[in-house]
Design a protein around this ligand. Structure first.
Ligand code: KIV
Ligand code: ZN
Length: 388
């Protein structure tokens, strides 16, 4: 089987922006949308147009600006939502309307207070109405993660018959285990009528820290689109992190899955989104955290100095980071100290290095990190011989 392309559907500007305190204005959204297009995502979910005049305006402006990516607007299975979303998307070159309804027992019974048959009917009407405005209609079955597979297949089949081109299977509450979510996608792949003409999409939340694992399990089992956000931002514990799924597919070629994302732009995109949303990236965040390519323990530093592959599975350049960094702390060894001194122009004989190392440890025990200017000072104070 030839390698399968996985469409990257970025929802930073919609699901990601739902985070309290991370609200973006129209100009900020336009800058991020431009960066996402440059990054190579396939779909930009630009917002939820009916939610506010500001969001409507932002979706309309992104629709106008975007040239290559599909621009998507969210709606509930509500007539006004769909009409407003269609209006906001009018000038998009490739518009997609995203509409749907809760399908789990809990949503049907407590949130919607409807029967399953009524929910199914609402879904069909919503997809039909959306289809009267745009060709590309994505149907979401909210809380699909906790929805009985048989009903899910039934409502998805009805949505396909009504004109849906993409079926979004959200694990809205981040409840599923990877094998369970993967099995759900496989079940739908085997049971939804007309599935051969539509695309199954994952949309996983991170409440149990499984969003990335679930999305990959979905792709392995037949999903051809992954919905995700930069830095994994999103409601509660967030969404699937775009940078993680993209790099997993790159680092595991035997999966035979690929995306069109330019991974070299991942770090700058992460920094841009973090800055504009005023939401710092945790230092130990996979791929884009400040510590993702920095080594501080002596054993690891020694290995990385000899050969980067000993402790790194990704070349930092692949994600737009110039090089790995060796951080000097009290846990560092002589090899790391010698390496850093050499970078600063000091090549020390063994005896001098021993003296330098003793002084270095004294400084390192007081400071959290020993910086270049500390090393210059140390070499000068101890009058260590400079051979280069
Ligand atoms: O998590 C979810 O179910 C959603 C839908 C609205 C697509 O964000
Ligand atoms: Zn969501």
């Amino acid at each position: 089987m030839s390698a399968q392309k996985i469409q990257i559907f970025d929802t930073t500007l919609r699901d990601g922006e739902q985070v309290p305190g991370c609200k973006l204005n129209k100009e900020e959204k336009l800058v991020i949308a431009r960066q996402l297009e440059e990054l190579g995502v396939d779909v930009i979910e630009a917002g939820f147009p009916v939610s506010s005049p500001g969001d409507f305006d932002a979706v309309r402006a992104i629709a106008r600006q975007t040239k290559q990516a599909t621009v998507c607007g969210l709606s509930r299975a509500v007539e006004e939502d769909i009409r407003v979303a269609a209006e906001a998307l009018k000038e998009a070159r490739y518009p997609r309307l995203h509409t749907g309804i809760g399908t789990s027992e809990s949503h049907v019974k407590y949130k919607l207070r409807l029967t399953q048959e009524q929910v199914l009917e609402r879904a069909v009407q919503a997809v039909k109405l959306a289809k009267s405005f745009v060709e590309d209609v994505e149907f979401y079955a909210e809380d699909a993660g906790r929805t009985d597979n048989e009903f899910l297949a039934r409502i998805c089949s009805a949505a396909v018959k009504a004109g849906a081109t993409v079926l979004n299977i959200p694990d809205t509450t981040g409840y599923c285990l990877p094998q369970e979510y993967g099995a759900k996608i496989k079940y739908l792949y085997e049971h939804v009528e007309g599935i051969e003409n539509v695309c199954l999409s994952t949309h996983c939340h991170n409440d149990l820290g499984l969003a990335t694992a679930n999305s990959i399990a979905g792709a392995i089992n037949g999903a051809r689109q992954i919905e995700c956000t930069i830095n994994g931002v999103g409601e509660r514990a967030g969404n699937t992190a775009l940078e993680e799924v993209v790099m997993i597919m790159r680092q595991h070629p035997y999966l035979d899955l690929y995306t069109s994302v330019n991974s070299r732009l991942l770090t700058e995109t992460s920094t841009l989104v973090s800055h504009m949303m005023r939401m710092p990236v945790q230092p130990n965040k996979a791929i884009v955290g400040a510590n993702a390519f920095s080594h501080s323990s002596g054993i690891h530093q020694d290995g990385v100095i000899k050969n980067r592959s000993t402790y790194e599975i990704i070349d930092p350049k692949e994600v737009g980071v110039d090089s790995s960094s060796i951080v000097l702390t009290a846990r560092s060894g002589r090899a790391a100290l010698a390496y850093r001194l050499q970078k600063l122009g000091y090549t020390l004989e063994k005896e001098m290095l021993d003296i330098a190392y003793t002084s270095f440890l004294a400084v390192a025990d007081v400071k959290k990190e020993v910086l270049d200017h500390d090393l210059h000072q140390l070499v000068e104070e101890k009058k260590l011989v400079m051979a280069s």
